[in-house]
Write a protein that binds this ligand. Structure first.
Ligand code: AP5
Length: 220
């Protein structure tokens, strides 16, 4: 079986992180979310976190040069030897070119890019209702995946909060950035014959059944 390298692509809040986390668990592959990596740097107030903070809080993409090294370091880790799932990376065509170069130096390549899309109304509703645990990062949604007690994480009992960039006024900026900088990756991956599109407008389980069947098919 060849190494499974999957890219999860789509607008902010469409639900790609939810799907990526579930697939990673089922396939026992690392789930590498660049958003999570940056939030960890922000929390620890590292030099990288300090550089990324302003961009993230304003809903802008962090410059490519800060992102690429972070991901290259992460995928060089031994736990990525059998494959990995990239969630939120690449987010620009340049980021994909850097990834392609690094992988081809090892005789590897991306297996597929899974592209999730839904109406803008759905996306805004998902983002505005999302809550994140301050301690373990577990995600919930006030309407679609509520915690048992409001504001308390089911997984670890810590407080949940709304991400700064999930505030309504930041969401339109994130969507603008997405359209301008990440949208071009869709024809880019289609041209490489790697794109698989998923309608992310339905329920989590319904979408996941399709995602899992597709990923299982790639392993054969
Ligand atoms: P990041 O954390 O990657 O944010 P994002 O792409 O905007 O994606 P989200 O995490 O907001 O959404 P998602 O699609 O994963 O949805 P989720 O599953 O959470 O990046 C944050 C920032 O970091 C960027 O803005 C940028 O500044 C920086 N950054 C990161 N990577 C970068 C890169 N490569 N280059 C440059 N900068 C980078 O779901 C959302 C909500 O909906 C949840 O509450 C969930 O429970 C709910 N939900 C999910 N699916 C469903 C469903 N089917 N039905 C109902 N509810 C659902």
């Amino acid at each position: 079986m060849s190494k499974l390298i999957l890219v999860f692509l789509g607008p902010p809040g469409v639900g790609k992180g939810t799907q990526a986390a579930r697939l990673a668990k089922d396939l026992t592959l690392p789930h590498i979310s660049t958003g999570d990596l940056f939030r960890d740097h922000l929390k620890r107030d590292t030099p990288l976190g300090q550089k990324a903070k302003g961009y993230m809080n304003e809903g802008k993409l962090v410059p490519d040069e800060l992102v690429v090294d972070l991901v290259m370091d992460r995928i060089a880790n031994q736990d990525c030897a059998a494959g990995f799932i990239l969630d939120g990376f690449p987010r620009t065509v340049n980021q994909d070119l850097a990834l392609e170069k690094a992988l081809s130096a090892k005789g590897e390549k991306v297996s597929a890019a899974l592209y999730f899309d839904a109406s803008r109304e759905t996306i805004v509703e998902r983002i505005s209702g999302r809550r994140t645990c301050r301690a373990c990062g577990a995600m919930s949604h006030v309407k679609y995946a509520p915690t048992k007690a409001a504001g308390v994480c089911d997984a670890c009992g810590s407080e949940t909060y709304q991400r700064v960039d999930d505030a309504a006024e930041k969401v339109s900026e994130r969507l603008k950035e997405y359209d301008a900088k990440t949208g071009p990756l869709v024809p880019h991956y289609r041209g490489k014959g790697l794109l698989r599109e998923f309608d992310a407008g339905g329920g989590v389980d319904e979408i996941y059944a399709e995602v899992k069947a597709f990923a299982e098919g790639l392993k054969d």
